[in-house]
Design a protein around this ligand. Structure first.
Ligand code: M6D
Length: 398
């Protein structure tokens, strides 16, 4: 008898019928994760307004900082990865995502700390904001209104962007990301325009429409991806830095929403080791008996990999002075996809679209976000409630 079985509901096998049955979708998605995820575009527009009400200019008044620390955990921390990646290899100062309580030992008056917490309550973000204030670092905080994080920011006389909490943190990525990026802009790290944000919001609206629950599996890219991943071990590899951030985000969503394991990474690094998975017991060895031209579906019930390559070919305006050229990354992606095909390992390719880094990121996160929810729902799980997270929090409560 396993104790703590609250989360052990749902079906071992994914059931496609559950995805095209409105009553089943409503019954399993009790908390409304699909609805919350479809609000990504509106979150961006709302966050733009919220930031406009806060004076961030003081972040830049003392000139360029020595470093920027983005402190928080989970989705809040992912905003630091996004800032670092959108700032790109030409960024004049280090952007350091920090996922544990407090701030790194070297942080002092020359640095900026951006403390992020959707609830405004995570001990990690709170400890970071307090430490930043103590050490005289420039601080900005992002999180729920009327929260402990707001109190810490106010006590420190630091700007606070109050992002209303309407969904779990992981469904609030865009509402948290916009203030972090605009804080980065105030410091002179990123060139994000209002038009970039508006276009990103429009992209997210369009993707949400395509992934809506009333669109059946054969026309819905997220339901299709969910069903492709069902029963497999997802392997999520990004071709370039922005795509690798999207791969990490996808892994977060698969584990919390669908409770699936995932292997994730950037192809540059993966190519030196993890690419070996393609040859292993869950890779080519599991596919040996499959005629890859005749059998779109697995012929046996062996657990197998499903490779998802997230590709970003860049905007074509980068010079080669910093970072890896996109042409090299693209060639590596082509080669790995061909290697997967030769081994019979099933592979899905998602390709970034859009005219700015942020929109390209959105184009790589939107369908995967929905797919993770549909995968959960196909197994009869509630994507919103993650009992293991609650159980752990309860067990560790002082
Ligand atoms: O953003 P806050 O509220 O600090 O939460 C940080 C993280 O907490 C965890 O327990 C989960 O709920 C994550 O989804 C979340 O991103």
């Amino acid at each position: 008898m396993i104790d703590g079985t609250e989360g052990l509901r749902g079906n071992r096998q994914a059931d496609e019928a559950l995805l095209d049955d409105p009553a089943a979708l409503a019954a399993n998605d009790r908390g409304g994760m699909l609805r919350a995820t479809a609000a990504a575009g509106p979150q961006i527009r709302e966050a733009m307004q919220l930031v406009a009400e806060v004076d961030l200019t003081e972040l830049g008044v003392d000139g360029r900082p020595r470093a920027v620390v983005v402190a928080g955990v989970g989705t809040a921390a992912r905003t630091g990865d996004i800032l670092a990646t959108v700032a790109g290899p030409h960024c004049p100062v280090p952007v350091v995502p920090h996922r544990i309580a407090g701030v790194p030992g070297w942080v002092g008056a020359a640095d900026v700390v951006i403390a992020v917490s959707a609830s405004g309550r995570s001990p990690e973000a709170l400890a970071a904001a307090e430490a930043a204030a103590r050490r005289g670092a420039r601080l900005v905080a992002v999180g729920a209104p009327e929260s402990p994080l707001q109190s810490v920011a106010e006590t420190a006389r630091a700007p606070f962007v109050a992002v209303p909490r309407r969904a779990p943190a992981r469904a609030s990525l865009w509402g948290l990301t916009v203030p972090v990026l605009l804080a980065g802009r105030a410091i002179g790290l990123v060139r994000v325009t209002e038009a970039d944000l508006v276009e990103t919001a429009t992209r997210l609206d369009t993707e949400a429409e395509a992934c809506r629950e009333s669109a059946d599996s054969f026309v819905n890219p997220a339901k299709e991806l969910a069903l492709n991943l069902a029963g497999s071990v997802p392997v999520l590899w990004g071709s370039a830095p922005l795509a690798t951030v999207a791969a990490g985000r996808f892994a977060d969503m698969l584990s919390s929403n669908a409770r699936y394991p995932a292997v994730t990474g950037g192809l540059g690094e993966v190519g030196r080791g993890r690419v070996g998975l393609l040859d292993g017991v869950f890779g080519g060895l599991a596919e040996q008996d499959r005629d890859i031209f005749a059998d779109p579906q697995p012929v046996s019930d062996l657990t197998r990999l499903h490779l998802v390559v997230l590709r970003d070919g860049g905007l074509g305006d980068e010079d080669d002075a910093a970072g890896e050229p996109y042409a090299v990354a693209e060639q590596r992606a082509e080669t790995v996809i061909a290697m997967a095909h030769r081994r019979g390992v099933r592979c899905t390719v998602l390709t970034a679209e859009g005219g700015c880094a942020l929109e390209r990121l959105a184009s790589l996160t939107a369908v995967p976000d929905f797919a993770s929810i549909y995968l959960s729902l196909a197994h009869g799980l509630d994507p919103m409630a993650v009992p293991a997270v609650s159980e752990l929090k309860t067990a560790l409560r002082p």
